[in-house]
Write a protein that binds this ligand. Sequence first.
Ligand code: SF4
Ligand code: MG
Length: 310
Amino acid sequence: MLEVKQLKKYFNTPKGILHAVDDVNFSIEKGKTLGIVGESGCGKSTTGRAILRLLEATDGEVIFEGKNILDYSKKEIRDLRRDMQIIFQDPFASLNPRKTVSEIIGEPLRLHKIIKDKGEREKRVLELMETVGLSERLVNTYPHELDGGRRQRIGIARALALNPKFILCDEPVSALDVSIQAQILNLLKTLQKDLGLTYIFITHDLSVVNYFSDEIAVMYLGKVVEKAPSAELFDNPKHPYTKALLSAIPIPSIGKKKERIIIKGEITSPINPKPGCRFAPRCEYAKDVCFKEQPILKELDNNHEVACHI
Ligand code: SF4
Ligand code: MG
């Protein structure tokens, strides 16, 4: 359904060129989820926003259903919104506080002139509320009257309003209480199954992405350093950075004790990056070549790709 090729997003800053997303490649099949994981500043949200054309990529291609949407005109992007939607991290910041639940969920239908009749629109809003598990009686409330979980359900209903095929979930549960996170994740999973949705799921939390993703891409400083089917990545991580990330989370199902790997050294600046592996200054395995040559993503086996000289 979606193929991202050599995607780049650079920003000019007073100190130089910031390589936020630097040559990112991946593809996603219809009905599947690709998890993108990494620390803040690794470029995962920027990647997502460039794919949706919420910001303009510097270079590359994003092929959606056979067409490069980076070539699309403003009008074509507007139409594309029907197929590609986003769920934001902070459901409070992303919902207009002066609008009721009904107005917020109905807005895409109004803006895209999908349902012009107000009564019909209200009917569809109630349907959408039911789909995401929101009680009808909340239809005329305001976001601030609701808890984080319900606010995120509003965000999800709004994203579903235009019957999209693809949804970018950008840390959709990070701002929620742990007790509510599972409910929202279950809802997103059920919706995916029922509606045949394709997801990119962005998170810094590997335990969330494991539960949720078919495939996982690990990003470090603008680059995908490892990509594999979810179970394979968890059972058999190859990249030193992925290993360190995984060592920090408990995996009860595996039952074996892991030694926590602490990543030493400072995160390098994504501004005017030096040649070589971006993880090299922090990598305990780094050799001379790591400081000279950029490792590229290579397939090992089982669709398992890793960018590392060793
Ligand atoms: Fe470490 Fe070298 Fe591999 Fe980079 S390429 S992760 S520095 S071993
Ligand atoms: Mg982010």
